[in-house]
Design a protein around this ligand. Structure first.
Ligand SMILES: Nc1ncnc2c1ncn2[C@@H]1O[C@H](COP(=O)(O)OP(=O)(O)OP(=O)(O)O)[C@@H](O)[C@H]1O
Ligand SMILES: [Mg+2]
Length: 317
């Protein structure tokens, strides 16, 4: 079978064919998760120690980042009785883009939402394990969710500008966080953020017009400008280009590349080509488990687990 070419050079069309594929029956393993282990809820603890993975399964590949900003250990999520994430262990590092891939429903968005406590807004969701930002437990009682969401910003699939002017969309965050005092300071933040988001030339003369009046791709860049205006350390993106045309997508991808110079970025994408273009590391999720993680070119051209191979070669998902 011809393998898809994700642009990693001539050899990229040849998947390694030796017999080192792991063939764990992942679906069946879901039944065997020790509920008692999973139920230990450290959310009230300020202890930033890192727990050992529970050992129910082991993610293939190096889960660590060279310069970790976020560290997840034994991360698990339940929606009511049903478990959506199982023993997730992964670092997100500074100056890197990590792509999250996997079939629909495997838990990519759930994982991303854990990283800035967006799951708090879902009543049935219960998160256990350790989610650390620079070693501090973001689920600790003393952790302030508003400032957490400024430090760990999120860009959604559907651009969601506030029903305010373009200027106010960007100024809102810096204002509530007290990042700009005078109008001149705020202008600097707003113009600078729009510039870094690659939007300023298109909106310079219409900053007072509603953000919702922009095109989809412009709105998404406005949302990115809004996110970076508060100087986050991490940017989470959940399929940020899925509603955009190829030109708008290319602009966002260029932007992601540029932003990775300063931030740690985690992006969920259904486009394997996009993952290949923008990320340095790729994490493959399957039925709530993080099956394999590694350098993006390796995941796409020489994955270890059969499930990863099936997905990246288009046999599954
Ligand atoms: N608010 C919710 N309430 C209950 N179950 C949920 C909720 N959100 C997600 N789930 C369940 O959790 C699992 C993981 O869902 P999630 O949205 O994280 O998957 P995903 O990998 O992002 O999928 P997609 O690629 O379709 O966006 C699914 O079984 C889903 O049905
Ligand atoms: Mg999703």
């Amino acid at each position: 079978m011809l393998q898809p070419d994700y642009g990693f050079g001539p050899e990229s069309t040849h998947m390694r064919s030796d017999a080192k594929k792991s063939v764990e029956p992942v679906a069946a393993d879901l039944e065997r998760v020790d509920q008692e282990d999973a139920a230990s809820d450290p959310s009230g603890s300020d202890d930033a120690g890192i727990a050992a993975p529970s050992g129910a399964y082991a993610t293939i590949g190096d889960i660590t980042a060279r310069d970790p900003v976020m560290t997840v250990r034994a991360g698990e999520v339940f929606y009511g009785e049903s478990q959506a994430l199982i023993d997730i262990n992964l670092d997100i590092g500074r100056h890197e883009v990590v792509a999250m891939i996997g079939p629909s429903g495997c838990g990519k968005s759930t994982f991303l939402r854990c990283l800035n406590r967006m799951n708090d807004t879902i009543e049935s969701a219960r998160v256990t394990g350790e989610f650390l930002l620079h070693g501090e437990n973001i689920y600790a009682k003393k952790s302030d969710v508003v400032s957490l969401r400024a430090r760990v910003g999120m860009v959604f699939q559907k651009p969601n500008p506030f029903p305010k002017s373009i200027y106010e969309n960007v100024a809102y965050g810096p204002r509530i966080h007290g990042l700009a005092v005078s109008r001149a300071e705020m202008d600097d933040v707003v113009y600078g953020s729009l510039e870094r988001a690659g939007l300023i030339d298109e909106v310079r003369d219409r900053l007072d017009e509603p953000g919702t009046g922009l095109s989809g791709g412009q709105q998404q860049r406005l949302c990115i400008a809004r996110t970076i205006a508060v100087n986050p350390e991490v940017i989470l993106m959940d399929e940020p280009c899925s509603a955009l045309d190829p030109i708008a997508t290319a602009k966002i991808e260029d932007l992601i590349d540029e932003l990775s110079q300063n931030y740690a970025i985690a992006i969920v994408t259904h486009s394997m080509h996009q993952a290949a273009r923008v990320s340095q590391r790729t994490a493959y999720f399957h039925l709530g488990r993080l099956i394999e993680v590694g350098p993006t070119d390796k995941i796409f051209t020489n994955p270890v687990h059969r499930l990863t191979e099936d997905y990246v070669t288009g046999r599954f998902g």
